[in-house]
Design a protein around this ligand. Structure first.
Ligand code: KIV
Length: 257
């Protein structure tokens, strides 16, 4: 197993894992210094392309963004999401995972669990491609955004899914939008790390969509903390540019040949 992957697994019970998403070169360059994992998430469908969900994003789009991100990371582990309808059976999953892996040179792919696709996930791991799992609210499988694990039977189902992902060979698992108790029970039941998004402090690491935590995306569910309000900062810059052009103050001699 690659050292970077081993470091992620060995962080469990020792230190929290810091993870964020990136879709492009400038963001990847900044995140590399501060993140254990940088995910090229299919959330780029909504955060970047303005689609209404992640269902339509293509393999080619993920590969293009994967290349841009991976080629600008040196320290962080690069994980690329397998988009919707690209891993419906073993043959399709292996073919597409290999393509993502070969073209982007990423360290791993992420596959959402639909409660049934463990053999498919396992086949990709056995083909030599590290996989990060994803349970709870999995945007490729649900239309409505909601909290998972509210009832005891739901928590039991989530723990079962997490354990089946672990058995299938995933090296870590994203746990999205589940209750604090569910996150605690899932995390305690696994040897591999859990990476929470809307899943409390009980996970082994945390991930957010970078555009959300920078206050740029306009999508701020309760679990998103805006660490900076970038939209306001960008708007101020654009306002200044607008004024400078309209008043013929830009370009000045300094900006002219
Ligand atoms: O697509 C994505 O960005 C994700 C994260 C929200 C975990 O799956």
């Amino acid at each position: 197993m690659k050292k970077k992957l081993l470091n992620i697994i060995q962080a469990k019970d020792k230190r929290p894992l810091v993870c964020l998403t990136a879709y492009s070169k400038p963001i990847a360059k900044i995140l590399d210094k501060y993140c254990d994992i940088v995910l090229v998430g299919d959330s780029l469908a909504t955060a970047m392309y303005g689609m209404k969900n992640t269902h339509q994003v293509t393999l080619n789009t993920m590969i293009q963004h994967g290349i841009s991100v991976k080629s600008n990371l040196s320290k962080a582990l690069c994980v690329v999401d397998m988009p919707n309808n690209t891993y419906r059976n073993i043959k399709e999953a292996k073919k597409n995972a290999k393509l993502i892996f070969k073209k982007t040179k990423c360290d791993a792919v992420k596959m959402e669990c639909n409660g049934k696709n463990y053999k498919i996930i396992e086949s990709v791991v056995k083909a030599g491609i590290p996989v990060m799992g994803h349970i709870g609210f999995t945007p490729q499988n649900y239309k409505k955004f909601n909290v998972h694990g509210l009832l005891k039977k739901d928590r039991f189902k989530l723990i079962n899914e997490a354990k089946n992902n672990e058995k299938a060979g995933v090296f870590a698992i994203v746990v999205e939008c589940v209750t604090k108790l569910a996150a605690k029970e899932i995390t305690q039941s696994l040897k591999i790390p859990t990476i929470g998004i809307g899943a409390s402090i009980h996970c082994d690491g945390q991930i957010l969509v970078t555009d959300d935590m920078l206050g740029l995306s306009g999508f701020y569910p309760r679990f998103v903390k805006k660490f900076v309000k970038l939209k306001n900062i960008i708007e101020k810059g654009v306002q200044k540019y607008n004024k400078a052009v309209l008043t013929r103050k830009f370009p000045s001699n300094k900006n002219t040949f």
